[in-house]
Design a protein around this ligand. Structure first.
Ligand code: FMN
Length: 208
């Protein structure tokens, strides 16, 4: 069984990220591997971990976590084989909360696969490009296919002029097909990387 976490990248009150993550999770149910019980897709909300701005005295690469919130976050991420990062675009980048949550850990991310669902005025593609650079550093294999949801075509708003209207996430069937392809890639890469994760994601020794 391959476990995929759909990570909600925004912690903003009134965020659209929750609806996007829910669409990912609900659509994933129809993926053949998920339907067959070979893969499971679960939503992970970084807001639920109440992570402060990085407050670990030692960098995560040394795996000497001082804080209970870090250990709890580490336990969650360790349990997964792959990820779908749901990220909006904030000033052409990812939300600070998402980057902060990634920075808290290191070995827990290693040798896993990830795909991206970006959203924003232009589909969040600039945020995802930056996230791909971060993936390299934490040894996550990022798949090629990505979902780019545009604010004016993949969401429906009661009042488009109201910035507090969270709207609903209503992507086209084309986006559903792209998500299915991306999940194919994440699941197969997560499976292929399994030998590198065995017997655990315990931290690798650092050079002297
Ligand atoms: C601080 C901030 C910066 C933003 N910058 C961008 C941007 O650079 N490009 C873009 O397409 N949308 C931008 N937006 C609009 C967001 O994509 C949109 O508000 C989205 O709903 C935010 O995701 P969230 O609701 O899940 O927090 C920005 C929004 C915020 C709050």
């Amino acid at each position: 069984m391959i476990r995929i976490a759909v990570i909600i990248g925004s912690t903003r009150p009134g965020r659209r990220a929750e609806a996007v993550a829910r669409w990912v999770a609900d659509t994933s149910v129809h993926h053949p591997a998920v339907a067959a019980g070979q893969a499971a897709v679960e939503v992970v909300d970084i807001a639920a971990y109440a992570l402060p701005l990085l407050d670990e005295p030692v960098p995560a690469a040394f795996a000497r976590y001082a804080n209970a919130h870090t250990r709890r976050w580490a336990e969650t991420i360790t349990a997964f084989d792959g990820f779908v990062f749901v990220t909006p675009e904030y000033n052409r980048s990812v939300p600070a909360a998402l980057k902060n949550a990634i920075d808290f850990l290191y070995a827990e991310w290693h040798h896993k696969a990830a795909g991206f669902v970006g959203y924003g005025v232009h589909g969040g593609i600039r945020a995802v490009e930056q996230l791909r650079q971060v993936m390299a550093e934490v040894k996550i294999a990022d798949v090629q296919t990505q979902v780019a949801l545009a604010m004016f075509t993949d969401f429906t708003f009661t009042d488009p002029t109201d910035p507090t209207d969270p709207g609903t996430c209503t992507p086209s069937t084309r986006q559903e097909a792209t998500l299915a392809t991306m999940l194919d890639e994440i699941i197969s890469w997560s499976q292929a990387l399994k030998p590198l994760r065995a017997p655990s994601t315990a931290p690798e020794p650092l050079p002297a």
